[in-house]
Design a binder for this molecule. Structure first.
Ligand SMILES: [Zn+2]
Ligand SMILES: [Zn+2]
Length: 256
């Protein structure tokens, strides 16, 4: 089985004690390469160092909608960082009204800045959307995200929103929460995503899929997301793994 975890945070501190073992388990599970996604710029040197050290680690540059940086990122600054040879995307960015600690206008300006940088660099944008569907979709549309495309990461919304995102050239990525018992509606959405737009991720260390729910998540567990999606689509985990692996290569321009 060949797998790609398109969104995880392997640079985060919960992995400090056993990061090597985490990478080994990922490879043993069929993991080919992964995207270590940025949430701030302060940590960019550390993220780049990890990507430089490991052939199968790619990264992104960006500031999470709920992060509070000392200064707001600018388009030239994001572009300069995104020029790194192992940087395959801009983000994660987007809109998050769940926790509300960053003002909506600030989130919107920051999100627009990221999309502009992604378009300028010709790299996909990684979108985080939580309880902010209408605003997120409006901004993606007015900023013309079709020019660079991107990924709706940890997708947890309706088919109607998925359809709109697909219309803007976005891929739809599912994480561990698609395996949660109560998320029957989300599984129905996952069953309807066109093959070429489907991606899988872990968002590790968060949101561990069943049967690891409640524990620290890690990239190797992306196989459980593949299994769950295969079941609702009436196919095999191997098929979903290969398909999403190929989709990830195309989306991020990775040849590994
Ligand atoms: Zn996120
Ligand atoms: Zn994330």
């Amino acid at each position: 089985m060949q797998l790609v975890d398109t969104h995880c945070h392997v640079d985060f501190h919960p992995f400090d004690d056993d990061r090597e073992a985490v990478f080994e388990r990922y490879s043993a599970a069929g993991g080919r390469w992964l995207v270590a996604v940025a949430v701030d710029l302060e940590n960019a040197p550390r993220l780049f160092a990890l990507a430089e050290e490991k052939a199968n680690v790619y990264c992104s540059v960006g500031v999470h909608p709920n992060h509070e940086p000392r200064v707001e990122p600018t388009v030239p600054q994001l572009c300069e960082l995104a020029a790194h040879p192992k940087c395959v995307a801009v983000g994660e960015t987007g809109m998050d009204f769940f926790r509300h600690h960053v003002d909506r206008e600030i989130q919107e300006t920051r999100f627009r800045t990221h999309i502009r940088a992604a378009k300028r660099m010709g790299k996909p944008v990684i979108v985080h959307m939580r309880e902010a569907d209408a605003d997120t979709m409006r901004i993606l549309e007015v900023e013309g995200v079709e020019a660079c495309g991107g990924i709706m990461h940890c997708f947890s919304s309706t088919w109607e929103i998925a359809r709109q995102a697909l219309g803007l050239g976005m891929s739809i990525s599912f994480s561990g929460n698609v395996t949660f018992k109560r998320n029957e509606t989300l599984r129905e959405v996952a069953a309807r995503i066109p093959e070429e737009a489907l991606l899988i991720e872990t968002d590790a260390p968060y949101l561990a899929p069943v049967p690891h729910r409640g524990k620290r998540n890690e990239p190797a567990f992306v196989c459980h997301v593949a299994e769950c999606i295969a079941e609702v689509r009436g196919t095999t985990a191997e098929y979903i793994a290969e398909l999403t692996c190929e989709n990830a290569r195309r989306r991020f321009g990775v040849t590994l």
